[in-house]
Ligand binder design. Structure first.
Ligand code: HEC
Length: 146
């Protein structure tokens, strides 16, 4: 059941990031937003996360790391894939570190790599990606005319 291992090794080898030319050519097949939403709900991501338009389960964790919504810099597809299959790579910003990482400095987010199929991952990330919206910087209007 280690279906994702080749991808993880690949991502690690490519050091996937926007500016790394070694990541060129990395592409997953298109995903399906509706199916991704099902994966998101089935895998109970909402027990630690919040997302606009979704209710958290009653037994939700104290943790509430926001996913989606308006962001100042957009999360790339590669970053979202990495956040899901290798959460410790780069921890989310703006949270009390003691709540989001273990004593060993790892993300407290569980690893789904042995239970999530590649198809589920692709759909899930397509769903997540659709939930982020870039907050456009609005320049102050200094013009005197109205
Ligand atoms: C046990 C709690 C827990 C569960 C369950 C969980 N996560 Fe997380 N997740 C976290 C924590 C804590 C962070 C912040 C630390 C980090 O970046 O890894 C995080 C971070 C993330 C991030 C990066 C957010 C950012 O702003 O950088 C994404 C994307 C994400 N999780 C997606 C998911 C998805 C999708 C699922 C379900 C398959 C899920 N998580 C399940 C705890 C959890």
């Amino acid at each position: 059941m280690k279906r994702l291992q080749p991808i993880i090794i690949l991502l690690a080898a490519l050091g996937i990031s926007g500016c790394d030319p070694a990541a060129r050519g990395f592409s997953l097949p298109p995903g399906d937003v509706a199916q991704g939403e099902q994966v998101f709900l089935n895998m109970q991501c909402l027990s630690c996360h919040t997302m606009e338009g979704y209710e958290r389960p009653d037994n939700a964790d104290e943790l509430s790391v926001a996913l989606g919504g308006k962001v100042k810099s957009i999360k790339t597809y590669g970053e979202l894939v990495t956040s899901v299959i290798h959460p410790s790579h780069k921890l989310a910003k703006g949270y009390d570190m003691s709540t989001i990482q273990t004593e060993g400095g790892e993300s407290v987010m569980p690893l789904y790599n042995d239970i999530m199929t590649v198809a589920e991952l692709v759909d899930l990330v397509t769903f997540l990606e659709s939930k982020y919206e870039l907050e456009v910087y609005e320049a102050t209007d200094y013009s005197l005319r109205h």
